[in-house]
Design a protein around this ligand. Structure first.
Ligand code: ADP
Length: 396
């Protein structure tokens, strides 16, 4: 059980003092009843207390002086002023200076008891609040420090990954270059068995290089080193060139690619190579996660002041619970197709980063077993450029 609250009562008139002391002691408080103001000042200076009840006019010291000292020593203490009719103005002034309440004499002891109980309750709540705020501030400081450390560790990790990927690219390019050269029969003609081996070396080298490039891109974005070369671009041209790039793979898998672009689609203001990278990733995924003979589609249309691009497939689809996490680094949906198809799980993360660097948004709508639609938005070029685009299309 907590110790009883200590209440100092300063009242010159003996019977009022005795009544108040009695009723508050009966309530369970520890009460110090004092006749003189000077004794009150001494008690307040010398011992702990939770509340003070004082007459405003005492023979030796003013009640306001007692109030001020009590508040100085214990700012949370509740101070209640007692006054007679003639000095109500002064009592009101005391309330403005921090007194909890004032009572006009004769004081009703029960009302005083209720006032003290409420004042102490309020005091407990405000102390509890203060403690909570302090503990929150402490936790915030700790979190801030931890966050700073995490950011530093993350930056070091990104820098390490960037440096490592960069270093890996050189030997990989040598492996790829020389196996290509040997496949082309430059040093000397090769037999079928050697061709098989070299093709395996080449495709593994290219696969590794793609992974290394993904890691390099991601670390560049994370360390803020990826810069966009923004210019006005015709999305139609990007999609057309991607269709040509994808054609051998699509033919091999007997998949169709339908392109539906809004007529007179305005130019977009983007980094062309990066947008190509996003589209290539979405299209490769669409093909990868759609069975042979499936249907792929790319759509683009103006949506307000942005262009919305959709890459749609009728493949295996993605469960609802996975829609968010596939955009997180290294996250892949755990299914046999994924294991079979390989991949780093970085493609969508990088696509999301690139789209967001363009102030766009990327999301997926999909139903497991019923295909997927990946959508993203990109900024349109300023209005003047649209007129140029119309001219460009018109003169074709
Ligand atoms: P990766 O393709 O290298 O695994 P991504 O980040 O591009 O990495 O994709 C993450 C995961 O999202 C994939 O492993 C796959 O589980 C899922 N996914 C992406 N695109 C599709 C799609 N079109 N259809 C079904 N699942 C997809």
């Amino acid at each position: 059980m907590s110790a009883p609250a200590i209440i100092v009562i300063v009242e010159a008139e003996a019977s009022t003092r005795a009544t108040l002391c009695g009723i508050l002691e009966d309530t369970g408080y520890r009460v110090i009843g004092l006749k003189k103001g000077a004794d009150a000042l001494k008690t307040i200076r010398g011992s702990s207390f939770d509340a003070v009840i004082t007459d405003i006019i005492l023979p030796d010291v003013g009640g306001i002086e007692i109030l001020e000292l009590a508040k100085e020593i214990n700012p949370d203490a509740a101070v209640i002023i007692m006054t007679d009719c003639a000095s109500v103005e002064t009592a009101l002034d005391a309330v403005k200076h921090g007194a909890y309440a004032y009572f006009v004499k004769p004081v009703d002891p029960d009302e005083m008891k209720t006032a003290i109980t409420n004042a102490l309750k309020q005091q407990r709540l405000s102390l509890e609040n203060k403690r909570l705020v302090e503990s929150l501030q402490r936790s915030n400081r700790l979190l801030f420090e931890a966050n700073k450390e995490l950011k530093k560790a993350n930056r070091l990790k990104s820098e390490f990954m960037a440096a490592m990927s960069h270093e890996l690219r050189t030997p990989l390019n040598v492996i790829i270059g020389f196996s290509q050269l040997m496949l082309d029969g430059v040093p000397r003609e090769i037999n079928e068995e050697q061709r098989q081996c070299l093709e395996d070396i080449l495709s593994s080298g290219e696969h590794l290089l793609n992974m290394v490039n993904d890691i390099l891109d991601l670390s560049k974005v994370e360390s803020g080193k990826m810069e966009l070369r923004l210019r006005n671009v015709a999305l139609t041209d990007v999609i057309e060139s991607l269709r040509r790039t994808m054609m051998p793979l699509l033919t091999q898998r007997k998949q169709s690619l339908n392109v539906k672009l809004e007529k007179r689609l305005p130019l977009i203001h983007v980094d062309e190579a990066r947008v190509r990278q996003v589209l290539l990733n979405l299209l490769s995924n669409a093909s990868k996660f759609t069975p042979d003979g499936g249907k792929l589609e790319v759509r683009a249309a103006r949506e307000g002041d942005q262009c919305q691009v959709s890459v749609i497939d009728n493949g295996i689809g993605i469960e609802k619970g996975d829609h968010e996490r596939i955009f997180a680094a290294f996250d892949q949906v755990d299914n046999s197709v994924k294991r079979e198809k390989g991949g780093t799980g970085l493609g969508l993360t990088i696509a999301k980063q690139i789209v967001e660097m363009h102030r766009g948004r990327i999301w997926v709508e999909s139903e497991y077993g019923n295909g997927s639609s990946f959508m993203f938005t990109l900024p349109l070029a300023p209005k003047a450029s649209h007129a140029q685009e119309k001219e460009r299309v018109g003169s074709k």
